[in-house]
Design a binder for this molecule. Sequence first.
Ligand SMILES: [Zn+2]
Ligand SMILES: [Zn+2]
Ligand SMILES: [Zn+2]
Length: 505
Amino acid sequence: MSATTAPISAVVVAAVEVEAGQRLLSPTFERWAEQAANCGHCARPIRLRGQATTFDRATGEVLSTYDSATEPDGVLYARCGNRRASVCPSCSHEYKGDMWHLLAAGAAGGMKGVPESVATHPLVFATLTAPSFGAVHGLRRRSGRPTMCRPRATSARCEHGQPLGCRTVHAEGDRLLGQPLCPQCYDYTGHVVWQWWAPELWRRFTIALRRVLAASLGLTQKEAHTLVRVSFAKVAEFQRRGVVHFHALIRLDGPPTESEEFPAPLVDVTVQRLCELVHVAASRVWFDAPATAPGEPLRRLRFGMQVDARAVTADAIRETGRADDPDAGLHPETVAAYIAKYATKACDDFGLPPRLRDPEAARRMGIAEHVCRLLAEVHHLARTGGVKYLALAKWVSMIGFRGHFSTKSRRYSTTLSRLRSARKRWTVERLRDRLTGPAPVDERGAIPPEPEVKVEDTTLVVSSWSLDGIGWLTAGDAALAATAAAQAREWADERAKRRRELLRG
Ligand SMILES: [Zn+2]
Ligand SMILES: [Zn+2]
Ligand SMILES: [Zn+2]
């Protein structure tokens, strides 16, 4: 709270400051702050009441007991675990970190139980986009420099009198980006139908790639399966025009054996060849969408023409990011960081609230007109499109995308649940440690980095919990947690950066 020269009675002190002050001055503040740190300064933690007892599995001896009644306000806080940054920046950040580890481990190997040798397997970074549903304003580049949006004679007009060209060089942040040149020409139904079936197109792509790979080796799929396996990790990203595209890491492995989970493929396929096969498979995939109205012409859905497939190799230059040169290789770390960035984005870019049902509400919130029209189309198809489109009603805030934002095939890398169980175990250990000694903190009072996965389990934890509620008890507590969270993320990013520099040097 800030000092002021105005008379106290004239100062309107915000309630949140009073609450934060009460918390700061309370005798149990230290423990409260420790709890807040333990749940990662989650924005809306789950409040639990209950007890846990830890036994030694072999002897049955009670190693420790824990009761939330001993905590400030009698509650234990647990993470909400929401991966959307707009809901909980802290949990979303944690998820992003997990995703990065998972993808980096699969691309570069040498961490989280994935051997270094996977780095020698053919690995491709592919981007599969949607086709065009009508011309939209965009950031165009020619040999790395920004250029005109749609250089055509501006005198040419569509049947609605809108110009077919745009000679503007748009800048980042321009509200026109992603908006159609003519909303009446734009195929809103086609857009939503494609988005609704995009997960099916992706599924068919994974099948097609395995098929063309076998054919290129002159083998049946069954024969190929005994020599080579295709693993995938993908994330879906929303483009400005409101349609998803897929970024995928595609790697070839051999069939796993008793001793090796990620052996090299038993056939010789170069990474360049794999890039070509990705192109072939993507161009062959199609799906005939069920009609949205009686007598409607058939809609054959495909990926767009702009399929990009690039080799991922350790000798490529790092941090080139989205380099314009489509033939340049990409470094595994660059790709993993890039792909993990999209794992948490969802629709946050459009400013859509998570449980939006009513497209009119979006319009009142000042959401871009193009997005509002898309939402209205999702709503419309859910009501009139028939049984195959009924469930669209649940996916309005995702503009009709029902797929997962990030998925991977079973063999791609370590799993999120393995990372999670390591973390859960650690939390339990910390609870136990707290009773026998102070919780470990580093010199800045932050939680030290987590230990590696320990699989052996000699203890048994018996616990019973009941839900007290969700969120911090007061707005003041929430404000304190949010401040600490922002700081903790800064430190974690700094640590990660330094770690990467060390690895590089
Ligand atoms: Zn959270
Ligand atoms: Zn334009
Ligand atoms: Zn038009």
